[in-house]
Design a protein around this ligand. Structure first.
Ligand code: CA
Length: 316
């Protein structure tokens, strides 16, 4: 090896050393760090949510409520209305908090009052946007549930400018054609919708039959598992768990379980049954499809390139 080769080798080695040096990370509270300083605030928001909204990091009522809120906010967008030169809604923009006086009066949003108030207080305390906190709280809440997957989180949504129009949230009493058309108009596919329904594996019904609030949709409520898909597809409904069969309710296989008409219809419809059954036997696929659909939903109406990836804040 002559001198010049040695120098080249040395330069290359030095160059690689420089290149390989880890990028500086921003210092956040309690010794935590983040790739971007803009993500630091989300550690503090998470601490606040866990302590004051999710009852110390639990999967009880507020976590499923946060998840439901994320869908009801994000699906409030319509390409069809825009085409008619009307305001079609801002999607995942936090309008459901910013314009709660209007949106919480919509029939589809009944029961979301307390989670809206709780998330508003946390967002205001940390000066983050309502659009961001709605999607962030859903991701943190899901992680509190047994086997709940990590959902990516992008931060930086601007404030909502106007309330979402009414009648954009699919209802349990809608037929499959109506539901698929509505989510397509919002920017989601049938398989996206079926994956998002994994939320019912850990959710509970509160407002379809107010006589039996807190009843799960499968035999393992609070646990993110395939039982919801599996049971809804294969177990025949024969009984009414509450006082009577309410609007949007289907017969249930058990007195201690609740079924939505739309879930039963989507589980058996030729357009959605293949995805439904695939998720009913594969926990990993259910988790990855749900996380991907949640990430897609969280960006409806948003410019992803203007946002900062703060996924690393979501607990591992
Ligand atoms: Ca919205």
């Amino acid at each position: 090896m002559n001198f010049s080769t040695l120098m080249t080798t040395f330069s290359l080695f030095f160059f690689m050393m420089v290149r390989a040096a880890p990028p500086a990370r921003a210092s956040c509270s309690q010794g935590r760090t983040a790739a971007s300083a803009q993500c630091c605030v989300w550690y503090d928001v998470m601490d606040d949510l866990q302590a004051n909204v999710f009852n110390g990091g639990s999967c009880d009522d507020e976590a499923p409520d946060a998840l439901r809120l994320s869908f009801h906010d994000a699906v409030g967008i319509s390409a069809q209305l825009k085409k008619q030169n009307k305001f079609g809604g801002g999607g995942a923009d936090g309008s459901i908090i910013a314009f709660s006086g209007i949106e919480l009066a919509y029939g589809s949003n009944v029961g979301l009052e307390s989670i809206v108030a709780a998330e508003r207080a946390v967002a205001d305390a940390h000066n983050v946007s309502y659009g961001d906190i709605v999607q962030f709280a859903a991701a943190v809440g899901v992680r509190n549930c047994e086997m709940g997957p990590r959902i990516p989180f992008m931060a930086g949504r601007p404030s909502a400018t106007k309330e979402a129009p009414e009648f954009l949230v699919p209802e349990p009493f809608h037929d499959v054609t109506t539901i698929l058309a509505r989510v397509a108009d919002a920017g989601l596919t049938g398989p996206d919708l079926i994956a998002l329904l994994a939320s019912h594996s850990m959710g509970v019904q509160e407002d379809v039959d107010p006589s039996i609030t807190g009843m799960g949709f499968d035999t393992t409520p609070r646990i993110f598992d395939v039982a919801f898909y599996n049971e809804t597809f294969s177990k025949k409904g024969t009984m009414i768990p509450g006082d009577l069969l309410h609007k949007g309710e289907a017969l249930s296989p058990s007195k201690s379980q609740f079924r939505l008409q739309s879930d039963v219809a989507l589980a058996h419809d030729p357009r959605t049954v293949a995805t439904w059954v695939a998720l009913s036997v594969n926990q990993g696929l259910m988790a990855s499809r749900f996380a991907a659909a949640m990430a897609k939903m969280a960006l409806l109406g948003q410019n992803a390139r203007a946002l900062t990836d703060c996924s690393e804040v979501i607990p591992k």
